[in-house]
Design a protein around this ligand. Structure first.
Ligand code: PLP
Length: 385
């Protein structure tokens, strides 16, 4: 049986149409986009087209999109870039306890360099209360960075409401939209977001490419110094195949996001209902409604999430514990901790994130494997105690 991939929040396979679109830029139009000859101009045209697609999708101007090497780099560029460009105005940043480590660890780095950071708590569903943002603002606040949707539980934040607050207080607002770009419609002007992070490989595009929207007129301190690429904001010869792939992936998402939302919601409902009926003491984490479809974060009492992951893998089913970045180090999930789950419950959690290639048959197979694996793990743990 073909292995089943249930880890789309960690990464996705490259869509065949994306791969096809990229090929030309490896071995035919391989010029340096800064070169004035035909090879260079072809590369630039490919890049410009991607910029236009992405800008249109979020209601931005082409000149407000900067390509980077990843969602991680975009988060770093947004948070450090604003911190250092606006340090004379203040040194206070507001973020949340459930951000991706690309934001959290950047904020910790800034703290070690004299900045003050407020890490807002979340409710039991993993959601930031916009009124907490309001209460935390002081005269020194320069930036609010709150993610659009969380990568571990799929909970969607009310970023329009947060945008309203930051706008009223004339504070810059960055949102990490890696999990939502191409899955939910985003209108940066409507939301009132000033900087927005995008990544390619979570939306059936290639790894190692991302983008940052920066509203016109906003200063950012570059992270990389060198040539004048990306209007002096991001030096380094552009990854044209990757950028073309990101643009193509975005274009496909724009067409398919509506139907995929519905498809994944149905698959998720089917999976959830059946798991709930067949497994005792299962607990689902995350918001019941304000969430991305296809995310099932769940805790199984008395079972180690990591043992469950490994047992499922032996049965050909790929799932995750916590976030992909922290699972290697087996750190407990900071997201589930912030949601108030007990340490035992956090340890007993796994995340399933469905994607467009998953079928009803995949889920039926998983539903046949889960009770078996859980029963075995329960027996093992009762022996060891
Ligand atoms: C995956 C992810 C990132 C990091 O993006 P990369 O392109 O893998 O560096 C940042 N934020 C969120 C919410 C993510 O899910």
């Amino acid at each position: 049986m073909k292995p089943i991939y249930f880890d789309h929040a960690a990464t996705t396979s490259v869509d065949k149409r994306v791969f096809e679109a990229m090929k030309e830029f490896f071995h035919i139009s391989y010029g340096n986009a800064s070169s004035l000859h035909t090879f260079g101009r072809k590369a630039r045209t490919g890049m410009d087209k991607s910029r236009e697609i992405i800008a249109n999708m979020i209601n931005a101007k082409d000149s407000e999109i900067y390509f980077t090497s990843s969602g991680t780099e975009s988060d770093n560029l947004a948070v450090k870039g604003i911190a250092y460009a606006y340090r004379d105005k203040g040194e206070h940043i507001i973020t949340s306890m459930v951000e991706h480590h690309a934001v959290l660890n950047t904020c910790e780095f800034l703290e070690s360099n004299g900045f003050k950071v407020t890490y807002l708590p979340v409710n039991k569903y993993g959601m930031v209360d916009p009124s907490d943002v309001k209460k935390s603002i002081n005269k020194k606040t320069i930036l609010v960075s709150i993610m659009h949707a969380n990568n571990e539980v799929g909970t969607i934040n009310d970023i329009s409401e947060i945008g309203k607050i930051t706008r009223e207080n004339e504070i810059l607002f960055h949102s990490d939209a890696v999990q939502t770009f191409g899955k939910l419609p985003i209108d940066v002007k409507g939301i009132g977001v000033d900087l927005l992070t995008i990544s390619g490989h979570k939306i059936y595009g290639p790894k190692g490419v991302g983008a940052l929207y920066v509203r016109r007129g906003i200063k950012i301190q570059p992270l990389l110094h060198g040539g004048s690429h990306e209007r002096n904001k991001r030096a380094g010869t552009e990854n044209i195949p990757g950028i073309v792939g990101l643009g193509k992936a975005a274009e496909i998402r724009a067409e398919e996001m509506g139907s995929e939302f519905k498809y994944l919601s149905e698959l998720e409902d089917y999976f959830r209902t059946n798991l709930y009926e067949t497994i005792d003491n299962i607990k689902f984490n995350g918001h019941p409604e304000e969430k991305l479809p296809g995310y099932l974060n769940m805790s199984f009492s008395g079972i180690e999430g990591e043992s469950l992951l490994l047992s499922l893998d032996l049965e050909g089913i790929a799932v995750a514990t916590g976030s992909a970045c922290s699972s290697g180090s087996s750190e407990p999930s900071h997201v589930l901790e912030a949601m108030g789950l007990s340490p035992e419950t956090v340890q007993s959690s796994i995340r399933i994130s469905l994607g467009k290639q998953n079928t009803r048959e995949d889920i039926d197979y998983a539903l046949s494997v889960f009770p078996k694996v859980i029963k075995r793990l329960k027996e093992l743990s009762s022996v060891s105690f």
